[in-house]
Design a protein around this ligand. Structure first.
Ligand code: DGJ
Length: 374
């Protein structure tokens, strides 16, 4: 009997510690259990901080090869310390109506939520691909909620900046150059044509493509969608209206023909920084960084922010967001995804502190770290 009681006590305490183990550090690239002991499922995510609580939104992936298509929607987790996250469930659900733009089996990537102080609404922008159309639709999707824990209501999806030229576009590039669309891809002539706006002209009537994206809210509450456009060759920075529900007609091209994806943006000491990746599908590549005194550029390339072993592949990850630690000056966390295309649900997260070498962001690999490093 005593033996039996001892085993019960031992098993229950093991179970208790399994369920209630608190995280007190970040362990990049490894399993990251939520408060239920389940690996966090919020990929390509972003974080918003409201009333002392961080909310992490991301792509809810499923097991198996098809797990990168959206079978559930966008998930949300909450935390007060950034280490321990509670699953708040699916906050934007894919729909069963086959005619819905967000029908089950569409592609929803890189959701970012921002809070609009004027309207009191939580606004989610995401990259939407229509079911069965590969990555051709390249739309910006919009959903809105009154509550950070959702539910978010899907509003619309479309391509930004239809019929509007970028602000940093030479008037002479507004007319098509005869025969340019016949140029062979990746030749110097083709790259020059892309730099000179060939793909902006191609998409002028139907709107500019919006694939990998993030949303940035500036100190003056102006917000911007930064999106991979022009077949991923050029980033576009598009200003949102004051309610964050649409675009103003102000937009620029950033790094034309530079082939950037995965933009993540932040501001330190009045200077804007952007970290991006190259374009190699789900495989990692070398990150890039940029700096600008104005959101409207010019954005100066600063090179790879990663240093040390694994720097050439961004430590096997791809940027998704830069998270400013609430209430702390100059404490920024680089958030990235380690994708697992064969079993997307297993994808892990690489969070690292951003350090600075003068005016250049620097990322060093750390096996494990806590907020004390700042
Ligand atoms: C890389 C992007 O960054 C991801 O968000 C996703 O779109 C994959 N490409 C798809 O191959």
């Amino acid at each position: 009997m005593i033996k039996f009681l001892c085993s019960v006590v031992l098993i229950s305490s093991a179970l208790f510690s399994f369920v209630f183990t608190q995280n007190d550090s970040f362990i990049p690239g490894k399993q990251w259990k939520d408060t239920n002991g389940v690996h966090i499922n919020a990929h390509g995510g972003g974080v918003v901080f409201v009333d002392g609580v961080y909310y992490w939104y991301g792509e809810y992936k499923t097991a198996g090869r098809g797990g990168n298509t959206s079978l559930q929607g966008v998930s949300c987790y909450s935390s007060t310390d950034l280490y321990n996250w509670k699953n708040e469930g699916i906050v934007l659900r894919v729909e069963t109506d086959p005619n819905s733009e967000i029908t089950k089996g569409c592609v929803i990537e890189r959701p970012k939520v921002v809070f609009n102080k004027k309207t009191g609404k939580y606004v989610m922008w995401f990259h939407l691909e229509l079911k069965g159309q590969g990555y051709d639709a390249a739309r910006a999707g919009l959903a809105v909620s009154d509550n950070p824990r959702g539910p978010f209501k899907f509003e619309k999806s479309y391509r930004p900046n239809k019929g509007v030229w970028p602000m940093n576009f030479d008037a002479k590039f507004k007319s098509a150059v005869i025969g340019e669309h016949k140029l062979k891809s990746w030749t110097p002539e083709w790259l020059t044509a892309v730099k000179n706006g060939m793909l902006v002209r191609r998409d002028f009537e139907k709107g500019q493509m919006s694939r990998d994206m993030t949303v940035y809210v500036d100190d003056n509450d102006k917000a911007y969608l930064i999106h991979a456009s022009e077949d991923n060759l050029t980033l576009h920075m598009s200003e949102l209206t004051d309610d964050y529900l649409d675009f103003t007609e102000k937009w620029i091209r950033v790094a034309p023909a530079g082939h950037n994806e995965a933009p993540a943006i932040f501001k330190k000491d009045g200077i804007y920084y952007m970290i991006t990746s190259g374009c190699t599908g789900w495989d990692p590549n070398e990150a890039r960084s940029f700096q600008s005194k104005s959101i409207w550029g010019p954005w100066k390339p600063l090179g790879n922010p990663c240093v040390g072993k694994g720097a050439e592949l961004t430590f096997h990850s791809q940027s998704t967001y830069v998270l400013p630690v609430a209430g702390k000056k100059d404490q920024f966390i680089f958030m990235a995804d380690r994708w697992k295309p064969n079993n997307p649900i297993d994808g892990s997260y690489v969070w690292l502190p951003i350090q600075f070498d003068k005016q250049k962001p620097v990322l060093n690999w750390l096996e494990s770290w806590s907020l004390d490093v700042f």
